[in-house]
Design a protein. Structure first.
Length: 321
């Protein structure tokens, strides 16, 4: 929908809509650009403070995926008329706590009445124009690192169906609410060629987003190395799914190749929509193990080296079982 608007962009637009990147970047000076993004989500938990935290982490993540630093945010609220004021206040307090943790500030926002509860942020970040990390530019021979487990969509919906205990959901929410700030800081210390955050299109969708904009490459994932929430495969087996899983899979028909027929309880995980997911990072293979160690030392304990970028005349995602 945005493709036709690219012709309206001036030279100050350093990153626009061309590759569906995580955020836009506008150049102010040779040494300073601003990162702009906006996102909101429906509730992930009954606890309004936790919901606010996860929603804010999800919104801030786009700035970190570009290699930027959040500096200011605006609340985006779609609140039903029936939402009680103390509950709305807790949602905003949860979001504000994460914005403060990011070293940023909330400067206001906008609220509309909406039948479905929505909350998130519009975020402005600062970035060095010489160090913008885009979702394109991965090199053949690069290693792939993922910094958070996948399976949040299944766990959130499993909790809604009553098959995931509240304490397990909250443990997952704690990971979702963890800012990608440390992961961003670490990846900037290495020769990172490309990165994106894994959110609504699932691991497969965001990996293919990195592939499509970079001619001559494919991505190969070692499924056994992918960090996955332990409960997620059993939820697939129990029939839990999300509204986005099948559309995510259909959008990639013919672009995903498994090394052998995947077990029924695994394949949907590749397309599971993530909320406040981790960063998917492509960097030189010789730096990958050191980067993972640095990530783990920085508190990013789920970070794993889980794949590689390969030469390919056909853009695709290869999954090795």
């Amino acid at each position: 929908m945005m493709a036709g608007l690219a012709k309206l962009q001036g030279p100050e637009v350093l990153v626009g809509v061309e590759t569906g990147d995580d955020a836009g970047v506008y150049g102010l000076r040779p040494d300073l650009g601003i990162v702009l993004t906006a996102d909101f989500i429906t509730p992930v938990a009954d606890d309004p403070f936790v919901y606010g935290q996860v929603a804010a982490s999800n919104s801030l993540s786009d700035v970190y995926a570009m290699g930027g630093r959040p500096v200011a945010a605006l609340n985006l609220c779609g609140f039903p008329k029936a939402l009680e004021a103390p509950v709305a206040r807790e949602i905003l307090e949860g979001g504000a706590s994460k914005v403060a943790e990011a070293g940023s500030a909330i400067l206001g926002g906008h609220t509309v009445r909406n039948q479905e509860l929505l909350y998130g942020l519009a975020v402005v970040g600062a970035i060095d124009p010489a160090r913008i990390i885009r979702n394109v530019g991965a090199h053949p021979g690069d290693a792939l690192i993922l910094t958070k487990p996948i399976g949040t969509g299944l766990i959130i919906n499993g909790a809604r169906k009553g098959v995931v205990p509240a304490e397990e959901l909250l443990a997952c929410c704690a990971i979702m609410a963890t800012l990608n700030a440390a992961a961003c800081t670490v990846m900037l210390k290495y020769e990172t060629h490309a990165a994106t955050d894994v959110t609504g299109f699932g691991l497969a969708g965001h990996a293919m987003g990195m592939v499509r904009g970079t001619p001559g490459i494919a991505m190969r994932i070692d499924w056994n190395a992918v960090p996955i929430y332990p409960r997620a495969p059993s939820l697939v087996a129990a029939g839990v799914t999300t509204a986005s899983t099948k559309p995510n899979q259909a959008a990639l028909e013919g672009q995903v190749k498994w090394s052998r027929e995947p077990p029924a309880d695994l394949e949907p995980l590749l397309y599971d929509p993530q909320t406040a997911g981790g960063l998917l990072i492509a960097l030189p293979a010789l730096q990958a193990d050191a980067c993972v160690r640095s990530l783990q030392d920085a508190g990013v304990g789920h970070a794993r080296r889980m794949g590689e970028v390969v030469d390919s005349a056909t853009p695709r995602l290869e999954v090795v079982l």
